[in-house]
Write a protein that binds this ligand. Structure first.
Ligand code: M6R
Length: 608
């Protein structure tokens, strides 16, 4: 989950590397570094801490001459964040510099072998074995050397490599970690994520596992996994550059929350035409759809929470059993997978290591896979049998907002489409669902346009020690997401509980003054929730309830209420979560936290 940038051109590399690394910092931000080749020697500058420290110590890169360079922003896995564990890592003789994103699982035996051969290690990282292994296998040809070294690596890697013997070349190779190659005017780039180079180029190549790219200022040469040269088709990126900028907001998270109506509109509108759900991009075989006997939804973090909502939807509308799994559990639990099962993988980034592994596990069992992904051309999008994009645009803040709500919209679309194709819902029901979906962006716009009450409540409770979220059914899944959002950026301890489960243990933690956020958006479960609220109130809890507009009874029972408009049971989570996202945002901001880059986290979790 580190960020990699490489520059091969005629301009000074370091300032360009810094500029791009700024846009990659969301991938990891506990240390940063750069290596440039100047007059045949590699110069490395690196430091623990944020990128700004690196910028300060190199006069914004001006102190590092040279027009070929690689840079890195780190999220520590092996070895604490420190100067010496920062990348790039030089090889023992200083001839190679390497930046790495991923985890080398067999680094210990490799390190022991290299130490026996006289190699000296200067860091505690797994990554340093790569530079030394490259030196060990150096045979005077960078492609062959890199491929030989890579054959001995187990785990995941995206690598940018500089060599003093080939000072006009940057080499790149990847396996299970993303790496993009960009083509510019007399300069070329490698980068972990496209938005970081959108100001430089829109022509990019998606490097596949095992492929090697050699970049000079004038050329990009690709070699396949057998070492043979081949031509690769570029991919034109037509996103709006401003989508990856803050656009006047203090934080990306606020900007992205405000972009939710547009993200929902883009995701929903093209999929509803002439009274029908049209998922042309999926190309699912209608005959096969009718035979699906079971669905697995697999994802991590917020995407998993979206998946839980998907289970409610698919089971209630299609009447087929659905299991929802955390990807890191699914991949090791040997699930029963059969040819008439469908595995749905949900991922904003499309690069989450555990989700990729789960996808591959499903494919290895011959099961069809459908991915709901936001990042175009990402690994999951490319490897799944069917891909449905959420058109939310680039999401930079670590805490996902528009990514999550557009995943729910995509799940509703998939459900309705399957129900339409299998005749499980009447035309009238489908028409009603379409109407509600089409109204959703406008309704979310309304909710986001005035959130002063959420801000006020955040100012009352921002210094709480614990906050509990409770709900039933869909609202329980929503509670999990509300709680995750709060804890990841505010650092306040928080738990989500199925409201009916409170009395089986967690209620012992409720004391006078404990804040409980109760979700009451499901009409069917409203009375039950009212009782659960009474139970915590009786133990002295202070309760904020998210209720449906006009629900006066609940309003009178709780201390504070945040009413939301009603569209349909399945779409209420999209509306309700907006308030929980805003609450988390304001609580984090009032605590003085770095909202976009919370401690210990990274945007895209490309390691297991
Ligand atoms: O890119 P993905 O959707 O696969 O990411 C999954 C999780 O890492 C992600 O949702 C994470 O939980 C977010 N930080 C939550 O805000």
């Amino acid at each position: 989950m580190c960020g990699i940038m490489g520059y091969a051109g005629h301009r000074q590399a370091a300032p360009i590397l810094l500029e791009a690394l700024k846009k990659l910092e969301y991938r990891g931000y506990d240390s940063a570094g750069m290596a440039v080749i100047d007059r045949g020697a590699i110069q490395v500058r690196k430091t623990r801490g944020r990128l700004q420290l690196l910028a300060n110590m190199t006069a914004d890169g001006r102190d590092m001459p040279g027009s070929m360079g690689i840079g890195h922003t780190r999220w520590a896995t092996h070895g604490e964040p420190s100067d010496r564990n920062s990348h790039p890592h030089l090889s023992h003789n200083g001839h190679f510099a390497v930046v790495h994103n991923g985890i080398i699982e067999n680094y210990r035996p490799l390190k022991e072998m290299l130490i026996l051969k006289g190699y000296v290690f200067r860091s505690d990282t797994d990554s340093e074995v790569i530079s030394n292994l490259i030196e060990f296998y150096d045979q005077g040809d960078l492609v062959k050397t890199l491929m030989t070294a890579a054959q001995h690596l187990e785990g995941s890697y995206a690598l940018g490599v500089l060599s003093v013997d080939e000072p006009d070349v940057i080499a790149a190779i990847r396996k299970d970690s993303p790496l993009i190659v960009g083509r510019g005017e007399k300069e070329n780039y490698i980068v972990s994520d496209i938005p970081a180079i959108l100001n430089l180029t829109r022509e990019v190549y998606l490097l596949e596992d095992g492929e090697v790219a050699l970049l000079t200022p004038e050329s990009i040469v690709f070699h396949n996994a057998y070492g043979d040269r081949f031509e690769k088709e570029p991919f034109h990126v037509d996103w709006d550059v401003s989508a990856a900028e803050k656009g006047g907001y203090e934080h990306f998270m606020m900007k992205e929350m405000m972009e939710q109506p547009a993200a929902l509109r883009e995701t929903i509108r093209p999929r509803i035409k002439d009274g029908r759900f049209i998922l042309d991009d999926l190309k699912l075989d209608p005959d096969w759809i009718r035979h699906i006997s079971m669905v697995y939804i697999v994802a991590c973090g917020s995407a998993y929470h979206a998946g839980r909502l998907g289970k409610n939807l698919l089971e209630s509308k299609l009447g087929i059993p659905v299991e929802v799994d955390i990807a890191s559990e699914f991949r090791y639990r040997r699930p029963i997978l059969k040819p008439d099962h469908l595995v749905i993988i949900i991922s904003q980034s499309g690069e989450t290591a555990d989700s990729i592994a789960a996808l591959r596990e499903a494919k290895a069992h011959g099961v069809r896979t459908l991915a709901i992904v936001n990042v175009v051309g990402s690994t999951i999008a490319r490897e799944a049998d069917y891909t449905l994009y959420t058109w939310a645009g680039p999401e930079i803040a670590v805490a996902t907002t528009k990514g999550y709500t557009s995943q729910i919209a995509a799940l509703v679309l998939v459900t309705m489409y399957l129900a339409q194709e299998t005749g499980k819902m009447s035309d009238e029901e489908l028409g009603e669902a379409q109407e509600m979906l089409l109204r959703l962006p406008e309704v979310t716009e309304g909710v986001l346009s005035d959130h002063r009450e959420v801000q006020r409540l955040a100012s009352l409770f921002f210094n709480c020690k614990d906050i509990y979220f409770v709900g039933r059914g869909i609202d329980f899944s929503l509670s999990l997401e509300g709680s995750l959002k709060l804890k990841e950026i505010s650092y306040i301890h928080s738990e989500a509980q199925a409201a009916g489960e409170l009395k089986h243990g967690t209620i012992s933690l409720i004391q006078p003054g404990t804040l409980v956020i109760a979700l009451v958006t499901q009409k069917r479960l409203r009375e039950k929730m009212q009782s659960n609220i009474q139970e915590v109130k009786a133990r002295g809890a202070v309760v904020i309830a998210i209720t449906l507009q006009g629900d006066e009874d609940i309003k009178h029972v709780v201390d504070h209420s945040l009413p939301i408009p009603y569209l349909s049971d399945e779409l209420q989570p999209v509306i309700a979560i907006l308030l929980l996202q805003l609450f988390a945002y304001y609580v984090a901001a009032l605590n003085g936290n770095d909202v976009d880059k919370p401690r210990n986290l990274a945007k895209s979790v490309t390691v297991e």
